[in-house]
Each structure stands twice: as C-alpha cells, then as structure tokens.
Design a binder for this molecule. Structure first.
Ligand SMILES: [Zn+2]
Length: 175
C-alpha cells in the first residue's frame, strides 16, 4: 500500500473518546489492486478510546459497494455494515502479545501518525461475501432472467461434441 490517506495524529487525541470519519472512494480500492469494485459509497467511522499505553479502536464501516453479480453479471450494490475492534499499543518493546485473542496494532513512541489504510482495506474486502449475487439480503433485485437464459443456452452449446478432435485423430503425422 503505497499512498496512505487515512490516519490520525496521536498527539491530537484527547483523553477519552475520539472520533474520526473517512470517506472511501473507488480509487482507494483500484489503487490497491481491487478492480472488481466499480463504485462505492462507504464511510469508515473510527472511534478511539485513549488510555495510557493501550487504546481501543472501534471501526464501523458502512455503506454500499458496486460489484457484478456472480450469477447474471449485472451491477449490484452490496450493503456493507462491518464492525471490528482492535487494540493500539504504543511501545518500543519488541515483544508481541502473540497469544492475544484481539487484533493488536503497534506503534513506536516516536511515531505520531496511525495509518488505517491497510486495516480499512482488509475490513472491506472480508465483508464482501465470497458469492456476490442479486439475492443477497439488502440487494432488492433478482437475477436478470434474460441473461440467465442466455447463460443456460451457452452451457448447452458447450455440451455438443467437439468434432475438431475427430479431425485431429485423422491427421497423419509424417516424420
Ligand atoms: Zn444476478
């Protein structure tokens, strides 16, 4: 992830709860290699409860992403509503809490910017279902019947025996 956009400055955080909001656009996904998202209206709300050495960060990503239906190939708008909490530890120690059940991001004391680009990117990608289709709850469309019919016809065409193989069998190979 080369260009980073979404960050906050730790020095600007006040004690208690802090709130930041980031608007995600399609360029964010395209520039990071996801070309299957055609448009998006996504907001990442980030709440940071500042404590001493450890802060809790709550991400709430909500809105819609435009993708193609895996079944009928029509553009659909998938609803996204994803919440995840992570811990932020500010420490120069190299020890890592590998047994922690929570996701932890680390920062050195000398750093001031916490970047969220990679986390937000990953969170959006994992909240997009493996199978993207018109009948996912919240997508108020059904698959395009005309296209489904065409796909069905095409798959039947492919079942026809391919006689090019027979022609190949008849070829004589002269060495
Ligand atoms: Zn569909």
């Amino acid at each position: 992830m080369e260009t980073k956009h979404f960050f906050i400055k730790v020095s600007r955080l006040s004690e208690g709860e802090n709130h930041a909001q980031f608007e995600l656009n399609v360029d964010f996904f395209v520039s990071n290699g996801s070309d299957f998202i055609s448009n998006c209206k996504l907001i990442a709300d980030v709440k940071i409860s500042k404590l001493e050495a450890t802060s809790r960060i709550l991400f709430h990503i909500h809105g819609t992403v435009g993708v193609l239906c895996d079944v009928c190939n029509r553009s659909i708008s998938l609803p996204i509503d994803f919440k995840q909490s992570v811990l932020l530890k500010i420490s120069d120690s190299v020890s890592r809490d590998i047994n922690s059940e929570e996701e932890i991001i680390y920062m050195r004391k000398s750093e001031d910017n916490i970047y969220f680009d990679e986390l937000i990117y990953d969170f959006v990608l994992i909240s997009i279902p493996m199978k993207k289709s018109c009948d996912i709850e919240g997508v108020v469309k059904n698959c395009d019947n005309a296209i489904l019919k065409k796909l069905e016809d095409l798959s039947h065409d492919n079942e026809d025996p391919d006689d090019r193989w027979d022609e190949l069998k008849n070829l004589k190979i002269n060495n």
